[in-house]
Design a protein around this ligand. Structure first.
Ligand code: ATP
Ligand code: MG
Length: 462
């Protein structure tokens, strides 16, 4: 009885995000989105579903991006039809996902993702105790597979700007959350109570930062405020998902800005603990190296050049190596094994946070190993290195280290010249190396004994 009474006070408050509200409807004259801008495949999927009697809209990031005159990455459709009903309408459709089913409708290389309207999970104190298991103790949603109405679907989305529905038939936009207002004011605003929405899914904190960087938006004050306090909730997110998110954060063309925001909101440390510690120890060197790597990545993306996550992760983690190498050497390990073990440990630990697949950790190690080998150029070594498929990445990485102030005795310039030199010039360059070449270990010259920890010229300065 008491509980009922208590609930009756709480219900209206707790239910606000779920309350049915009529959306604001913007006619084609009230918004800038043109039907002709939308992928014709997305339009045809929506029309087909509507003709079959279902509700269907183009939704999410593509509507947001088109209103901002950006190029959408892909198109999503939301519908009242169940996945099976969707599949029945299209020959080129496949149901994917076990936990939450989606339908992929294939048109050559374009895939239109069709999702059935979903509802937010009921609150823990909801009458139906069977829902209890769907959240963990910090409020994180573990299951998210309840179908709902269009309004439910809008309310369960993350940000207001991501919850706009476009109907290509009427050319109207349905706005349940004042998303158009926030687009105009360039604001990232969570739908509902920010703290609760971050607790339900802490990855939304990363998404807030990602969209702020990508769109050059502000995170609205109430949505920004809880982030630093809740950042540690990311520890509970599966490492495979965090790896995917990390790629989106750093390969979206705005990596440098994203990095600044991650630092500002204390979100970098939960993703890259070892790198964050290195940044604290040596902000100048680590900060420059990481920022330069991210700026290069952004530039390459802008120029349409390929970027590899291996290079990116190699750069993000490199500043964490020296402290670890030192530690191992202090325990009596010789420099080269210490370097190898430190590299292994740091990658292994990082994989606990962001599960970097082997196809990237292997080239990461190769890029790092290459740093050991680049100084050793005597005899045929330089030519052998040039033929190594990882040479280019290793050389670029060397230049990156130099750009952050690492002393390599002109190694980068030497390799730049070597690549451009003729055969005979190369022979002269090798001959001129003399005792400067680190390939003669006994003759290796170091500026003072201070560098005992450095195996080759490769370990970054601390
Ligand atoms: P992008 O340009 O990165 O693809 P997007 O907005 O399309 O941006 P997606 O990750 O493709 O982002 O997700 C599609 C839509 O699904 C989002 O616009 C949002 O409405 C919803 N969504 C995605 N992730 C979440 C989440 N964690 N919580 C709530 N809603 C989400
Ligand atoms: Mg998308």
């Amino acid at each position: 009885m008491l509980k009922k009474l208590f609930q009756s006070f709480r219900l209206p408050l707790r239910r606000i995000p779920h309350a049915r509200r009529t959306p604001e409807i913007l006619s084609s004259r009230q918004h800038s989105l043109q039907r002709s801008e939308i992928s014709r495949h997305a339009v045809s999927v929506v029309e087909r579903l509507q003709q079959a009697g279902y509700e269907a809209y183009v939704v999410g990031g593509c509507v947001r991006d088109l209103l901002l005159e950006l190029n959408p990455k892909d198109y999503d459709v939301a519908t009242s039809a169940t996945p099976e009903q969707v599949r029945a309408e299209f020959r080129n459709a496949r149901v994917i996902g076990r936990r939450f089913k989606l339908v992929h409708v294939h048109f050559g290389r374009e895939i239109i993702e069709v999702a059935t309207f979903r509802a937010n999970h009921p609150e823990e104190d909801d009458d139906d105790a069977s829902h209890l298991a769907s959240r963990n103790e910090s409020g994180r949603i573990l299951r998210d597979n309840i179908y709902g109405t269009l309004d439910d679907d809008a309310q369960r989305r993350d940000f207001t700007i991501n919850a706009l529905y476009y109907d290509p038939t009427s050319e109207r936009i349905l706005d349940h959350t004042h998303g158009v207002h926030d687009i105009r004011n360039r604001l990232i605003r969570l739908i509902g109570d920010p703290e609760q929405r971050y607790q339900e899914d802490p990855v939304r904190m990363l998404r807030a930062v990602r969209f702020a960087a990508k769109l050059d938006f502000e995170i609205e004050r109430h949505s920004a405020e809880p982030i630093a306090d809740l950042a540690d909730l990311l520890d509970g997110i599966p490492s495979a998902r965090l790896f995917d998110e990390t790629l989106k954060l750093f390969l979206g063309g705005k990596a440098e800005r994203t990095f600044e925001l991650l630092l500002e909101y204390d979100l970098f440390a939960p993703l890259f603990p070892a790198s964050a510690a290195a940044l604290e120890r040596n902000p100048e060197y680590a900060g420059t190296l990481i920022r330069n790597a991210l700026a290069n990545t952004d530039l390459r993306i802008q120029q349409g050049k390929p970027v590899t996550p291996a290079f990116l992760f190699a750069a993000l983690l490199w500043p964490a190596l020296p402290a670890r190498v030192l530690e191992l050497q202090d325990r009596g390990m010789p420099p080269i094994p210490a370097m190898q073990e430190a590299a292994h440990d740091i990658i292994w630990e990082q994989c606990q946070r962001t599960a970097i697949p082997k196809r990237f950790t292997i080239p990461m190690r190769e890029i790092w190993d290459m740093q050991e080998r680049l100084p050793r150029r005597q005899g045929r070594r330089a030519d052998q290195l040039l033929e190594n498929p990882r040479f280019r990445a290793g050389y670029d990485f060397l230049l990156l280290r130099e750009s952050a102030g690492e002393q390599t005795h002109g190694l980068g310039d030497w390799w730049t010249d070597y690549q451009e030199a003729s055969d005979s010039e190369r022979r002269v360059m090798i001959r001129n190396l003399g005792s400067k070449d680190d390939s003669a270990p006994r003759k290796r010259r170091r500026s003072g004994g201070r560098r005992r920890r450095s195996p080759g010229a490769s370990t970054p300065a601390e």
